[in-house]
Design a protein. Structure first.
Length: 103
């Protein structure tokens, strides 16, 4: 076990959901941060994918380019109904071509 009481291994789906429920209020906003190469095509793909995932639910995307503008951090706020929805949408965003890191 680590200092925060979590196992010293990757968490399974039920453990991930428990952590989400402990640290977020549902329904509510859920933050996701994506880092990718700075590219208008990636932004368009990211925006289109999130629009499709969210449907009528709201979201925002804030862009912050790196100092040399080679990479961009996208801070995404999704409105979700449940921990299950939050995890599903985070996993789907992680599968978008061009995502280098996701937090």
């Amino acid at each position: 076990m680590t200092e925060n009481g979590l196992p010293n291994r990757p968490l399974n789906r039920e453990e991930l959901l428990a952590v989400l429920r402990e640290h977020h209020v549902f329904p509510g906003t859920f933050p996701v941060t994506v880092i990718a190469r700075s590219d208008l095509a990636f932004y368009a793909s990211l925006h289109a994918a999130i629009e499709e995932l969210q449907g009528e639910s709201s979201f925002t995307i804030e862009e912050k380019p790196s100092a040399k503008k080679n990479f961009t951090s996208y801070r995404i706020e999704l409105y979700v109904e449940s921990a299950e929805t939050a995890l599903y949408r985070k996993e789907a965003i992680g599968r978008i071509d061009g995502v280098l890191v996701m937090l």
